[in-house]
Design a protein around this ligand. Structure first.
Ligand SMILES: *Cc1c(COP(=O)(O)O)cnc(C)c1O
Length: 456
C-alpha cells in the first residue's frame, strides 16, 4: 500500500476551502415546487416567511437562479476551526473486504456537535445576528441539531431556545447537557411555556412529546417574541445550500488527485447532508458535463423515497408549517419506536425529491440490524465510531464494494460519513444485546397515512 500516491487523508488548505456555496437549483430545469401557504394554497412569499425566518435566509430559500452565493468571512472564519474536513481513503476497509473498489469517505464528525449540522447552524446564527435579532428557537429530537445550533449561537452571543422532545430530554441527558454548556435553554416539549404546549398537555396529560409538537412550540415562541426567529436544521433549500460546502470540498479534494468517482452515496433523513455532498456532482450531471451514480440510503422503517408518494404535504406533524411537494410517508407517519437508527423524518427535501422524480438519482432502503452490522465492521477497521445515520451510507458502500469483488470492477465509491455515534451507545447496546429488530411499515399502514394527505 505504501507505493500508493493517494494519501489516507486528503486535506485541503484553508485557502482551498470554498468561498461560495453552490445553489444546485440554479442548474435544475425542473425546479422544485414552491412551498405553499396552507391557508391559501398559494406559493409563500418573502413577506409571509419573514415573521418566521431571518430575512437573508428567506432570500436564500426562495432563490433558484443564483448559482453561487458568497460565504461571509465571519462564517468562513468559524468553518476554519473544523474545516476543511478530511476526505479519507478507506484503505483499511478495502483491505478487510478484499475489494478492488476504491472507497473514500468525507468525514463531518470532527467537531464537538459531532455532525455536519454545524455547517448550517453557524450560517443561520450568523444571519440572525446580522439582522440584529436577540435569539432563535428550534426543536430537536435526539439532539444533534440542537447541539450544533447551541454552539453556533454561543459563538455569536445569541439566545437559543431549544424545544426538546420530552422523551429524549429525559432519556438522553448527555446532548441536553452539551447544549446547556453552550448556554442554550432546553425545554422538554410539550411544555407549559407555550399555548400549544399547554393545550396538548391538557388533552394528553403524561405525553412524552413528538417532533411535530416541539416544532409547533418553537414556531409559536419565535413569532410571539419580538427579536426572535425560528430555524430548522434540515429539509429546507437554505440548509442544502449551506451543506454544499461538503460536496465542494469533496470535489476539490478528488480533483487534486484527478479522481473521478463512479458512485456517490449518502444517508437521507431530510436530505441536507446528501444534498450538500452531491451538489457539485449533480450540477455537472444536470449540465451534461459528467455522469455519476448517486444513491440515497434511508431506513426501511422510514422509507420516504422508496415507498413514499410524491405529493404536497405538511413538514410537521402539527400541520402548522408550510406545505412542501416532496416524497412523503404522510405527516402523521411515525416510525416504529424501536427504530434506533435516526433519519425518522416523514418527508424529504423538495430539491432531492424533484431530482429523484426526474431520474437523476436512486434510493435504497436498509434494515437497521444490517446498518449496525456495517457500523461495527467499519468501526473495527477505520477507527471511527460512526453515527447510526451515517452507517446507512456505510451499509450501501460496503454492499457496492462487495459487488465489485464479484465482478472485479475497480469502481471508485465516495460516501458521506456525517457524524460520530458516541451519544448513540444505547442503540449500539441494543444491537449488541440482540434486542434490535427490523420494523417495516406494511402497505396498509402506508396507505392509511397517504389517505390523510392534504388535498391540493
Ligand atoms: C441529522 C443527521 C443526519 C440526517 O439529516 P440529513 O438532513 O438527511 O442530512 C445524518 N447524519 C447525522 C450524523 C445527523 O446528525
Amino acid at each position: 500500500m505504501s507505493e500508493n500516491k493517494i494519501p489516507y487523508k486528503i486535506y485541503l488548505t484553508e485557502d482551498e476551502m470554498p468561498k461560495a456555496w453552490y445553489n444546485l437549483r440554479a442548474d435544475m430545469k425542473n425546479k422544485p415546487a414552491p412551498l405553499l401557504n396552507p391557508g391559501t394554497g398559494q406559493p409563500l412569499t418573502a413577506e409571509e416567511l419573514s415573521p418566521i425566518f431571518c430575512e437573508e435566509l428567506v432570500q436564500q430559500e426562495l432563490d433558484e437562479t443564483t448559482p453561487f452565493i458568497d460565504i461571509p468571512t465571519e462564517i468562513r472564519d468559524f468553518y476554519k476551526m473544523y474545516r476543511p474536513s478530511p476526505l479519507v481513503r478507506a484503505y483499511c476497509l478495502e483491505e478487510k473486504l478484499q475489494t478492488p473498489a476504491k472507497i473514500y469517505y468525507k468525514f463531518e464528525g470532527n467537531n464537538t456537535s459531532g455532525s455536519h449540522k454545524l455547517n448550517s447552524a453557524i450560517a443561520q446564527a450568523y444571519y440572525a445576528k446580522k439582522q440584529g435579532l436577540k435569539g432563535v428557537t428550534t426543536e430537536t429530537g435526539a439532539g444533534q441539531w440542537g447541539t450544533a445550533l447551541s454552539m453556533a449561537c454561543s459563538y455569536f452571543e445569541l439566545d437559543c431556545k431549544v424545544y426538546m422532545v420530552k422523551v429524549s430530554y429525559e432519556q438522553k441527558p448527555f446532548r441536553r447537557e452539551v447544549m446547556r454548556t453552550y448556554g442554550a435553554s432546553v425545554v422538554p416539549s410539550p411544555s407549559e411555556t407555550t399555548e400549544v404546549g399547554r393545550k396538548i398537555l391538557a388533552e394528553h396529560p403524561g405525553t412524552t412529546g413528538s417532533l411535530g409538537c416541539a416544532i409547533s412550540e418553537a414556531v409559536e415562541v419565535a413569532t410571539k417574541n419580538p427579536g426572535y426567529r425560528y430555524v430548522l436544521g434540515s429539509v429546507l433549500n437554505q440548509v442544502l445550500l449551506h451543506q454544499s460546502v461538503i460536496g465542494l470540498e469533496t470535489k476539490a479534494a478528488l480533483d487534486k488527485y484527478g479522481i473521478k468517482p463512479d458512485m456517490i452515496i449518502g444517508c437521507a433523513g431530510g436530505g441536507s447532508n446528501l444534498g450538500g455532498l452531491i451538489a457539485p456532482f449533480m450540477g455537472e450531471k444536470l449540465r451534461g458535463e459528467a455522469d455519476y451514480q448517486i444513491i440515497a440510503v434511508e431506513p426501511a422503517s422510514c422509507p420516504s423515497f422508496t415507498r413514499g408518494t410524491f405529493a404536497y404535504d405538511f413538514c410537521d406533524t402539527g400541520m402548522i408549517c408550510p406545505l412542501a411537494k416532496m416524497y412523503t410517508l404522510g405527516s402523521g407517519f411515525i416510525p416504529s419506536p424501536n427504530h434506533a437508527g435516526g433519519l425518522r423524518f416523514h418527508g424529504m427535501s423538495t430539491t432531492l425529491s424533484q431530482l429523484y422524480h426526474d431520474g437523476f438519482m436512486e434510493a435504497r432502503s436498509v434494515e437497521q440490524t444490517s446498518v449496525f452490522d456495517a457500523a461495527e465492521q467499519f468501526a473495527r477497521v477505520e477507527g471511527i465510531l460512526p453515527a447510526p445515520e451515517s452507517s446507512h451510507a456505510i451499509r450501501v458502500a460496503i454492499d457496492e464494494a462487495m459487488k465489485c469483488k464479484e465482478t472485479g470492477e475497480e469502481k471508485t465509491i465516495v460516501f458521506g460519513l456525517t457524524g460520530t455515534g458516541y451519544f448513540d451507545l444505547v442503540a449500539y447496546e441494543k444491537y449488541h444485546e440482540g434486542l434490535m429488530t427490523d420494523e417495516i411499515p406494511t402497505d396498509e399502514q402506508l396507505a392509511a397515512s397517504f389517505a390523510k394527505l392534504p388535498k391540493i
